[in-house]
Write a protein that binds this ligand. Sequence first.
Ligand code: GNR
Ligand code: NI
Length: 174
Amino acid sequence: MSQRKIVVEPDPILRKKSEFLEKVDDELRRLLDDMLETMYSAPGIGLAAVQVGVLKRAIVIDVSKDKEKKNPFFLINPEIISTSKNTSIHEEGCLSLPGYFAEIERPSECQVKYIDYHGKKKEIKANGLLSTCIQHEIDHLNGVLFIDYLSKLKRDMIVKKLVKQKKELDKVVL
Ligand code: GNR
Ligand code: NI
């Protein structure tokens, strides 16, 4: 397993739609293992393949509070089958938007079908943080970031600050 570099906004790849995977093979499992290691070390509770620069519909999630008992989920080609009418608001962060957080309203529950690490078809009904996280990750697969739910003014302000941060970093490297 190895860590990969996380892509930070603004980067055009984060706005692209990821492709469905045809098969679950060792190459894909290597990507998933690397994503999990990258997510744990960040640390984060979810990561989409596009965040390490791979435009494939694969996500890893671990919302377990207890760091001793890891509970990783691997979702390949996840599809939301249904969502609840009732919504809830969670504070969201994103490893591709370091340092920024916002309260986002989403359906409280979602039912999702996906392919697991071993290539088996699965379905889960999620609520709470897991539901929020799955929806956040599936958004990434469609080129959507949580700042897209904010006003244009707030979104532009965050992106502008990230551009500035990147420029400062470039100076340090030079
Ligand atoms: O680490 C993360 N925390 C988080 C908190 C609330 C809602 C969603 C998330 S996902 C985020 C990691 C990330 O950027 N995944 O794409
Ligand atoms: Ni994210």
